[in-house]
Design a protein around this ligand. Structure first.
Ligand SMILES: [Zn+2]
Length: 76
């Protein structure tokens, strides 16, 4: 369902999830429509397919962070 304010003024998105440093998921504060950023930096609707891609990206991202921490510990 579309919010009247959203169709008049556009959506008011806020970040709902940080997927990676560059990819985030956004949700409209008024109508809860969800958007994300694809690999090309385009703002696109967050479809179930992209939700899945983002969750995979997020897992890889977190693994990298973990590995980074371990490497730091080894270097010390
Ligand atoms: Zn909206």
């Amino acid at each position: 369902m579309k919010n009247v304010l959203c169709s008049l003024f556009g959506h008011e998105y806020e970040v709902s999830k940080n997927v990676t440093y560059h990819v985030k998921e956004y949700r409209c504060k008024r109508c809860n429509s969800e958007m994300t950023i694809d690999g090309n930096g385009k703002f696109i609707p967050l479809t179930p397919k992209f939700k899945e891609i983002n969750s995979v990206l997020n897992r890889i991202h977190n693994k990298r962070l973990e590995r980074g921490r371990k490497i730091l510990m080894v270097n010390h």
